[in-house]
Design a protein around this ligand. Structure first.
Ligand code: AMP
Ligand code: MG
Length: 421
C-alpha cells in the first residue's frame, strides 16, 4: 500500500474554529490559517534560465568566485603601484593590451604601464589602474598626477562572493536579480519546488465573460481576470475553471474539476443567502468553515475542503475579493507553495484624510501615497467600487481600536508592492 496510500493533504478539521468563537480579529485569522496549512508541492531541478518565480529547496553556495579573477573596473592603464609616488608620474607603455575576454599573457615590468579595459583580468605586474581620462598619452608613455592609492580602479577576485560562501537560502522565491547571482556563481541548474496549482472559478447567474453578449442584469466577470493575474504574479500555476451559474450541480462539477489542483479559489456565493451555492454545497458535501473575520471590506471568508483540496471561498464583491485575496489567500498559498508564511510590508505615514471609525473591526480603505509622503484614501468605501482598487497603490490598515483619524494622524500604509504586486 505504501506508495499509493497517502495521508490526507489536510487534517479534516484544520479550518475549524473552537466552539463559541464567532467574530475573530484579522491577526487571529492569520495565525489560525498559518497553523492549518503545510507545504504541499514536490521538488524538481530546473535550468537557471527557467527558474524565475520558483522556490529554492536547498541553501546554495557559490560554485565559483565572483568576480572569478582580479580585473580592471575602468578603461585606463595598469601598472605596479610600488613604482609610483607623489607628483607627476611618467610610465612607458608596454606593447599590447588587456581586454575583457582577452587576458594579457605577459608580465608588465615594474615602472611600465599597459593599456587595460574594463573587465580585463589584471596581468602579472599590475595591481592598480589609472583612469584613461586622468592621463595624457602620446602612444609611447602615459603621464598622470600622483599619488594614486594602491588597488585603485581594480576589483579583487571573489570580492563580491568568494567560492563556497552562502548565496541563497531554501524557501527563497527566485527573482530576476537572483538569476544573475546564480549565473555569476556558476549554477547551471537549481533545485526548486514545482509551482502550486490553483484552480480559479467565479460563480453567479449574473456574470458574463468579456466579449459575450449582455442583457439587462448582467455584469462582466471582473474577479477572474483579477484573481488569475494575482496568482500568476505570485508564481502559481493557474487552472481556469471558468464561470459557473448559481446551481449546486454546476458548482459540484466545477469543484470536482478543481480537486486536481493543490487549492481552489472561488469568488461569489460564499455568504449564507439562498443563492449562495458555494457555501451551501461545501456545507452539505465538503467541509465548510465560514470565518467571520472582523474586517471591512469582507463578508465571511469561506475556508473549506472539497475531497481534501483546500477551498478559499472569497466574497463576490471585487473589492472584498481583492482585499481577502491579498490578506488571507496570499500568505496561505505562499505557505502551501513552500515559500513560507509572508506578511505584507507596513509603513507608518501621516494621513491626508479624516475619518471616524467605530472600534471592533479592522478596516482596509483603498489608499495611495501623495507626492508629499502622506496617504490619501478613496472617497467611497462601497465594496462595489472597483475603480478604487485600480486608483489605489495600496491599502491603509485601520486597527480594531482606531477611532478618530484626522489629517496628520500616523496610520499604517500597506503598498500593493508589499503583497508581491
Ligand atoms: P455574492 O458574493 O455572490 O453575493 O456577490 C456579491 C456582489 O458581487 C454581487 O453584486 C455580484 O454581482 C458581485 N460579483 C460576484 N462575483 C463577481 C464577479 N466575478 N465579477 C464582478 N462582480 C461580481
Ligand atoms: Mg452571487
Amino acid at each position: 500500500m505504501r506508495g499509493t496510500l497517502k495521508p490526507p493533504r489536510l487534517r479534516d478539521n484544520c479550518f475549524a474554529l473552537p466552539q463559541g468563537v464567532d467574530w475573530i480579529p484579522v491577526s487571529e485569522a492569520l495565525t489560525r490559517l498559518e497553523t492549518a496549512l503545510t507545504p504541499v508541492v514536490q521538488s524538481e531541478t530546473l535550468l537557471v534560465d527557467q527558474a524565475a518565480g520558483r522556490v529554492l529547496t536547498e541553501n546554495l553556495s557559490a560554485k565559483r568566485a565572483t568576480p572569478p579573477h582580479p580585473n580592471a573596473a575602468v578603461d585606463g592603464y595598469g601598472f605596479a603601484h610600488c613604482a609610483t609616488g607623489y607628483g607627476p608620474q611618467y610610465l612607458p607603455l608596454v606593447k599590447g593590451r588587456a581586454a575583457a575576454g582577452h587576458p594579457y599573457a605577459g608580465t608588465v615590468p615594474k615602472g611600465s604601464a599597459l593599456r587595460i579595459l574594463t573587465g580585463a583580468p589584471l596581468p602579472e605586474g599590475v595591481d592598480t589602474v589609472v583612469l584613461e581620462e586622468d592621463c595624457t598619452i602620446d602612444g609611447q608613455a602615459i603621464a598622470f598626477h600622483g599619488p594614486i592609492k594602491p588597488g585603485t580602479n581594480t576589483r579583487c577576485a571573489g570580492e563580491d562572493r568568494a567560492k563556497g560562501v552562502p548565496i541563497l537560502t531554501a524557501g527563497h522565491r527566485l527573482r530576476a536579480p537572483d538569476l544573475a547571482l546564480l549565473a555569476a556563481t556558476g549554477h547551471e541548474a537549481v533545485p526548486v519546488l514545482r509551482p502550486l496549482r490553483v484552480a480559479v472559478m467565479s460563480t453567479g447567474d449574473e456574470l458574463r465573460d468579456l466579449g459575450g453578449a449582455t442583457e439587462p442584469g448582467h455584469v462582466f466577470d471582473a474577479n477572474r481576470p483579477m484573481l488569475r493575474a494575482l496568482l500568476t504574479r505570485w508564481g502559481h500555476e493557474v487552472i481556469d475553471l471558468g464561470r459557473w451559474p448559481d446551481n449546486p450541480d454546476s458548482i459540484r462539477t466545477a469543484l470536482d474539476q478543481g480537486a486536481r489542483a493543490d487549492a481552489i479559489m472561488t469568488s461569489g456565493g460564499a455568504s449564507a443567502g439562498e443563492e449562495d451555492h458555494i457555501s451551501a454545497l461545501l456545507q452539505a458535501e465538503g467541509r465548510l468553515h465560514a470565518w467571520r473575520i472582523a474586517l471591512k471590506p469582507g463578508r465571511p471568508l469561506v475556508l473549506a475542503q472539497w475531497h481534501g483540496t483546500p477551498v478559499f471561498g472569497l466574497p463576490g464583491n471585487p473589492v472584498a475579493a481583492f482585499v481577502c485575496a491579498l490578506l488571507f489567500a496570499r500568505p496561505a498559498l505562499e505557505l502551501m507553495s513552500g515559500a513560507g508564511w509572508s506578511s505584507p510590508l507596513r509603513f507608518t505615514v501621516p494621513a491626508a484624510f479624516a475619518k471616524s471609525k467605530k472600534p471592533g473591526r479592522t478596516e482596509y480603505p483603498r489608499a495611495r501615497l501623495t507626492s508629499r509622503g502622506e496617504v490619501e484614501v478613496f472617497t467611497s468605501e462601497g465594496s462595489g467600487r472597483i475603480s478604487g482598487l485600480s486608483w489605489a497603490d495600496g491599502l491603509v490598515e485601520l486597527p480594531m481600536e482606531a477611532a478618530e483619524i484626522t489629517p496628520g494622524t500616523a496610520v499604517t500604509y500597506l503598498p500593493y508592492a508589499g503583497f508581491g504586486l
